[in-house]
Design a protein around this ligand. Sequence first.
Ligand SMILES: [Zn+2]
Length: 256
Amino acid sequence: MPLFIVVAALFGAVIGSFLNVCILRWGAEPKESVVRPPSHCPKCGIGLRWYDNVPIVSWIVLRGRCRGCRAPISIQYPLIELLTAVIWAFTFWRYGPSLEALRGAAFATILLGIAMTDARAYIIPDEFSLGGLALGVLFALAAGKQALGIALLGAAVGFGLLWLVAIAGEWMFKQEAMGGGDVKMMAMVGAFLGWQGTLLTVFLGALIGSLIFVPLTLMGKKKLVPFGIFLAIGAAATYLVGPAILAWYGAYLGTA
Ligand SMILES: [Zn+2]
């Protein structure tokens, strides 16, 4: 295996470790700083040493328990670290050591963060959505004028489309059906995927979301729908195979 893929995986694990902190603190109510205080056990307050913070490894060495009070540490921590490592290894394997690999890895990492905060607390932090929007525009800027135009148009379409859905939902259900977090999130997705990718993301997100949540809602098991999770899955799928789907659809329209 080429060395840069191993390096990407290790770097991804470290990013994943930081992502855990972001998910926990940005997704908290009220929001907490990701810098202070330093990581500590929520039960006994003992500070984490550097060797307690080695991604994936520390959790295994400690057998999922705090060094001080033996309180269980959620398996979410090593899983997020592992998943982020896989994301970074995969994008660098797919695109080689390039700006596109970095862009894809950053995009997928942000989507993972959004899916987790939305699942835990129905929150999509601005740090992910608006921060990601800025990052997407910067990547486009680095790629040239044409890419920048595509990103800005995509962001406008993502924002506008979800804003219309939110307005329509509020009018139909007489209550907030879709949060402002989803609207800002889709502006970010648009900056990374362009307007066609944005439409495909919303289509796939709504499809997956209704396949899972319509049965749950009918059984009365679920009231609030964390739609951001499905938009995140739809966006990741669009990034991976969207161009192929759009090309097939274009050819289909051409022959129909
Ligand atoms: Zn403890």
